[in-house]
Design a protein. Structure first.
Lengths: 205, 87
C-alpha cells in the first residue's frame, strides 16, 4: 500500500543513513525518488541532466545527513537539497556552454513583461470542474517555458519557499532585482494560466 | 485629509496596483500605503480580480509545479549503480 509523504515516518530511514547504510539510499529513492525526480526535471528539463542532479543530490544527502537534526521535515530537507543540486547543475551547464550568466539576464530594472508563454491548450475549464491533472499539466508546462533565470527564481521562492535572503544568496541578485524577476515571472505565469484561473476557485489539496 | 488633498491624488489608481502588488502580497508594504491600496481595491473589481488571480498563480505554482515523476527503469538502475560505485 503506498503512503503519502504526510504519513511516512522517516525516522528509521534517517537513522540508517546516519549509520552509513547504503541500502537506505536505495530505499530513499524508492519512497521519495519520484518527487525528487520531478524537482530535478523541472530545473533541467531533460532526463539525462535530471539523473545527474539526482546523483548530486544523493551525494549531498549522504555527505550531510550527519548534520540533519530534524528541525525541518526530512522530506523538506531532501527536496531542498535536490533543488540546490539543480541550481548548481544549471550554473555548471552555463559555464560549460560559455553562455550568459545564470544570474545576469538582461536588466531586472526594466518593467517590460516577459514574452508570452505558449501553452498547448487554453480552453477554459467547465465551471464546475474541480482542479484536475489538466491544470497541473498547464502549470508545469508554463513554468518549464519560463526563461531559466526566471524559472529558477520561481522554483526557489514560490515552490521551495526559501526566504528571500536565501534566494538572493543562491542567485547573487540584489533584493530589488530578485523582486523584479519574481514579479515578472509571476505575471507571465498568470497570463498563461488565466483561462484556468478566472472565475474558478482552486481546490487546495 | 481634506477633500482637495484626496482629489489631488493621495488615493491610489489602477496603475499603482501592479507596481505595489509584489510587496502587498508579501505583506511588506508600509501600513499607510497598504491602507490606501485597500481603499482602491474596495472600489475596483478589475483590480480585485487581478489580485485574486496573482495570488492564485502563486498558489497553483506551489501546488502543481513539481509533481512526482516515476523514475524510468534505466535511470533507476543507473542511480543504484552510482550509489554502490561512487559513495
Amino acid at each position: 500500500m503506498s503512503k503519502t509523504d504526510a504519513h511516512i515516518d522517516d525516522t528509521p530511514l534517517v537513522a540508517r543513513l546516519k549509520q552509513r547504510d547504503k541500502s537506505a539510499l536505495e530505499e530513499l529513492i524508492h519512497i521519495h525518488g519520484a518527487k525528487m525526480y520531478g524537482v530535478a526535471l523541472q530545473f533541467m528539463r531533460n532526463e539525462s541532466d535530471a539523473r545527474e542532479v539526482m546523483q548530486d543530490a544523493l551525494v549531498s544527502i549522504w555527505n550531510k545527513i550527519g548534520s540533519f537534526e530534524g528541525k525541518s521535515a526530512f522530506t523538506s530537507w531532501i527536496y531542498r537539497v535536490t533543488a540546490n543540486a539543480g541550481l548548481m547543475a544549471l550554473r555548471k551547464k552555463k559555464r560549460r556552454e560559455n553562455d550568459i550568466s545564470l544570474d545576469a539576464v538582461g536588466s531586472d530594472d526594466d518593467d517590460a513583461p516577459l514574452p508570452a508563454l505558449q501553452l498547448s491548450d487554453k480552453r477554459p475549464l467547465p465551471d464546475k470542474v474541480a482542479m484536475t491533472g489538466e491544470l497541473g499539466e498547464q502549470v508545469r508546462a508554463a513554468i518549464s517555458q519560463l526563461p531559466e533565470p526566471y524559472r529558477v527564481a520561481v522554483l526557489l521562492r514560490d515552490v521551495e519557499e526559501l526566504p528571500m535572503s536565501e534566494v538572493m544568496q543562491e542567485t547573487g541578485l540584489s533584493e530589488a532585482a530578485l523582486k523584479s524577476r519574481l514579479h515578472r515571472a509571476r505575471l507571465a505565469l498568470r497570463e498563461a494560466l488565466l483561462p484556468y484561473l478566472k472565475g474558478h476557485d482552486i481546490q487546495k489539496s | 485629509m481634506n477633500p482637495l488633498e484626496k482629489f489631488l491624488g493621495s488615493a491610489f489608481g489602477c496603475c499603482d496596483v501592479e507596481r505595489l502588488l509584489f510587496e502587498y502580497v508579501q505583506g511588506t508594504l508600509e501600513p499607510e500605503v497598504k491602507h490606501r491600496l485597500d481603499d482602491h481595491f474596495r472600489d475596483c473589481p478589475p483590480c480585485i480580480e487581478f489580485l485574486r488571480t496573482y495570488r492564485q498563480t502563486i498558489d497553483v505554482t506551489k501546488q502543481f509545479c513539481c509533481n512526482k515523476v516515476e523514475i524510468p527503469a534505466e535511470v533507476r538502475a543507473k542511480l543504484k549503480e552510482f550509489i554502490h560505485a561512487e559513495l
